[in-house]
Design a protein. Structure first.
Length: 116
């Protein structure tokens, strides 16, 4: 599986962005998909994930602001980010794997910068 994330950019605090992650291959629908992020000087952290059946999981820091979704017909997973904060600034990576704790395919990352 090859993943390509895009949609990052510069946005003011309180604004919104939607990230997309396009996956190659015909097995997309059989993978759990996730978004992770890494801020400068910090370790990579979990943001959100969506299982094969469509159930979702979020980091506490983004609950109520971010929404993950998937379109199996388009082999794409999305991350709608609302009410963005400067602390959301990071490189965002999409990932895929058989389970949420076994993400073994990673995209190249897309930079999100939130200005105050």
């Amino acid at each position: 599986v090859q993943l390509q994330a895009f949609g990052g950019g510069l946005v003011q605090a309180g604004g919104s962005l939607r990230l997309s992650c396009a996956a190659s291959g015909r097995t997309f629908r059989s993978y759990a998909m996730g978004w992770f992020r890494q801020a400068p000087g910090k370790e990579r952290e979990f943001v959100a994930a969506i299982r094969v059946g469509g159930t979702t999981q979020y980091a506490d820091s983004v609950k109520g602001r971010f929404t993950i979704s998937r379109d199996n017909a388009k082999n794409t997973v999305y991350l709608q980010m609302n009410s963005l904060k400067p602390e959301d600034t990071a490189v965002y990576y999409c990932a895929a794997g058989p389970t949420l704790t076994n993400m073994n395919y990673w995209g190249q990352g897309t930079l999100v910068t939130v200005s105050s």
